[in-house]
Every structure is written in structure tokens, then in C-alpha cells.
Design a protein around this ligand. Structure first.
Ligand SMILES: [Zn+2]
Ligand SMILES: [Zn+2]
Length: 371
């Protein structure tokens, strides 16, 4: 997961937007415990942990939470650096509470931040985790996901000014967004450029801010977004929905929405690419004499597989075209049925007798053929 794909903070903590501070804290403690890289060996544990800590750091602080609730990720990263976000943050038992250690794990969460002043920035990319069953993944089709993200304010059209007014050129920096500070002594003249604090580097100043967005130009709104799931989609895939991320500040283009696919393990089928694997127990007589077995497959389909006479334990029988739809190409993969021969137990006296007879017959046969 790249650091710039941001998920909704409430969703990260599994909370709804009205959650009380106590619930936020509780969710954080539980999830942080679960995903701490020292305790969780999953490949994405560190990323998940960072995400959880970041969400908590923002939502546990009322000012930052309000900024997030009104303008989303853009509003937070515009006002605070990673360092600001974690400055008063209580990590509790994690990392022994040492900021230096936290730093080595987190790095900068807003990597675009320092370079953004000149280049017209784009809205943040968002991420949404979509959980599917294996059946869903095989079928594909349309899904509607609900998420809340920042959007261009509908009242002011994004410029942040009260309707009927306009942002004006900032008088402090003459519209450049930067201020020059000149320090001179006998030998040197040092010019430093700093961001204008009056207009926050925008170069524009809003005299009467829009009431809806308080001058930010952005509004945090719930959305229902349609996602096309390709049949045969794989676990961990990212589907990119261009322009469905956060709105860009000051009319910049929006970011993208990245839908990450999580496929839940199936009760009886294992997947390997386009192929599926199922284990099928059969009795010793069936393995020796041959039989037909019915294997439950995707979407309640029953696949009939012929077990030939003399089938050994562990044999893989292939049912062509009964696997997953091929994501890149036509048709479907195969279903492999792994035969598990069950040695009979709890024999009746008659069965025992028959098996002894069977054994005797085998010895006789061996003697006759001289092997
Ligand atoms: Zn507005
Ligand atoms: Zn200014």
C-alpha cells in the first residue's frame, strides 16, 4: 500500500461518524494491538498499523477531527504535517512512547506536502477495501460502495467565497502566496521565501467566506459509487476509479479511488490463479473399484467427477473449465479434485472376515505370479 492512498479514517477504525471519543480510543487500542508489526506477521501489518495510528491521531483530537469532518484528508494534510499530527499523540504502550521510534516507522505520511506549493496539487487518492466471497469474485458484476469524501462545495463552487463575492488578490503577498524575508549584515544578504500566512500560500484572500464550507471550498459528503468487478478478480488487486478520490484544493483535479479487493477464504475450495482445488474423501472400496463423486463447486454447482478403478490416495483428478473465470483471457480455469482415501475403521466382524479373505487372495495371487 502506498502511503498516499488514504482510506476514510472512520472506516479504518470501523466506526461511524458519530462515534464518541471513548469508542474511538477503544477501537484504536483493539486494532493497534491486533496489527502491531511486532505481533502480526502479515505482510501489510506495518501499513495497517500506520493507518490505524494516523486515523486515531486525527480523530482523537477535536480540532483535527473537525477539519477532517469538513474537508477530508485534504483539509488535514493542508494544515498539519505528519509531525504536527503526532506531536501530542499518546501512543500508550506502543514503542515505549518514544517519538524517535515512531518516526522510524512512520516516515512522512504526506509525501507530496513539501513540494505542493508550486505545482498545482491534485486531490488525494482514496482507498476503499472491498470484501468479496469467492463466488462474488467468480461472478463479477456491479457493486455499489458507500464512502464519504471531500467534494467541491456546492454553495460556492469551490472558491470558498460567499456567493456573489469573489476571492481577491492577497494584499500581504501581492498574490504570490510567498513572502520574502531579507536578512542582511555586512558580508551577506540572505533572502528566504516563506509561505504567506494571511492567505496560506494561495495568493488569494477571502473577505467573506462561504458559510457552507467556511472558506475551504470543500464539503465532506457521503457518496454511493458504482464499481465494476471483473469476473475472476484476484485477492489484493487494486481497481482504480479515476477522479473518484478527494476533490483537489482550489479547483485542482480530484484524486482517484483505489478499490482494494479482499477475497474471503472459501469453506471447501482453495484457489490458485484460475484453478480451484477441492479435497474429496472416498472409501477404500470406491478407490479400488472406481466410482463417481459429486463435488460441490462455486455457486452451488455440483461437479460430477469419475474416480477410475485403482485410484491412489492424493491423486488429482481434473474437471476442465470448472475453475475461476480467466481474468486475462477467455474461458475458465480447472477444478482439481484431490482424492483422499479413507481407511475403514469400526469394522463389523463380517467386514473383518472379508478383508482377511481379501488379504489371503492377494497373497495367493502374489505367490502365483512369483512376485
Ligand atoms: Zn463553499
Ligand atoms: Zn498572501
Amino acid at each position: 500500500m502506498a502511503a498516499q492512498h488514504k482510506r476514510d479514517y472512520y472506516e479504518v477504525l470501523g466506526l461511524d461518524r458519530s462515534a464518541a471519543q471513548e469508542q474511538i480510543k477503544q477501537a484504536y487500542r483493539q486494532l493497534a494491538m491486533q496489527w502491531h508489526p511486532d505481533r502480526n506477521s502479515a505482510a501489510d501489518a506495518t501499513d495497517r498499523f500506520k493507518e490505524i495510528a494516523e486515523a486515531y491521531a486525527v480523530l482523537s483530537d477535536e480540532t483535527k477531527r473537525r477539519a477532517y469532518d469538513t474537508t477530508g484528508h485534504a483539509g488535514v494534510s493542508e494544515r498539519w504535517s505528519t509531525e504536527d499530527i503526532f506531536r501530542d499523540f499518546d501512543f500508550g504502550d506502543f514503542f515505549g512512547g518514544r517519538m524517535g521510534d515512531v518516526w522510524s516507522v512512520f516516515g512522512d505520511m504526506f509525501p507530496g506536502r513539501t513540494a505542493r506549493s508550486k505545482v498545482s496539487p491534485q486531490g488525494a487518492d482514496l482507498r476503499y477495501d472491498l470484501h468479496l466471497t469467492l463466488d462474488d469474485a467468480a461472478k463479477g458484476g456491479e457493486r455499489v460502495i458507500k464512502l464519504t469524501r471531500s467534494d467541491i462545495c456546492k454553495t460556492c463552487g469551490g472558491n470558498g467565497a460567499k456567493p456573489g463575492t469573489k476571492p481577491v488578490s492577497c494584499s500581504e503577498c501581492h498574490g504570490t502566496g510567498e513572502k520574502q524575508q531579507v536578512r542582511a549584515d555586512k558580508t551577506m544578504r540572505v533572502v528566504t521565501l516563506t509561505t504567506c500566512t494571511r492567505c496560506n500560500g494561495r495568493g488569494l484572500f477571502i473577505e467573506s467566506p462561504c458559510v457552507t464550507c467556511k472558506g475551504s471550498g470543500l464539503q465532506f459528503l457521503p457518496h454511493s459509487i458504482k464499481v465494476q468487478i471483473p469476473a475472476g478478480v484476484e485477492h489484493g488487486m487494486l481497481l482504480r476509479l479515476a477522479g473518484q478520490g478527494e476533490a483537489g484544493p482550489q479547483g485542482a483535479p480530484p484524486g482517484d479511488l483505489l478499490v482494494r479487493i479482499y477475497i474471503q477464504p472459501h469453506a471447501t475450495l482453495k484457489r490458485d490463479g484460475d484453478d480451484l482445488y477441492a479435497v474429496m474423501p472416498i472409501s477404500l472400496p470406491d478407490a479400488a473399484l472406481g466410482t463417481k463423486v459429486t463435488v460441490p463447486c462455486l455457486e452451488d454447482e455440483k461437479v460430477i467427477v469419475t474416480v477410475p478403478p485403482g485410484t491412489q490416495n492424493g491423486t488429482m483428478l481434473r474437471a476442465r473449465g470448472k475453475g475461476m473465470p480467466r481474468l486475462h483471457g477467455r474461458g475458465k480455469g480447472d477444478l482439481y479434485v484431490v482424492v483422499e482415501v479413507k481407511t475403514p475403521t469400526d469394522l463389523t466382524s463380517r467386514q473383518r472376515e472379508l478383508l482377511r479373505e481379501f488379504k489371503m487372495e492377494a497373497s495367493k495371487k502374489a505367490a502365483a505370479t512369483g512376485s
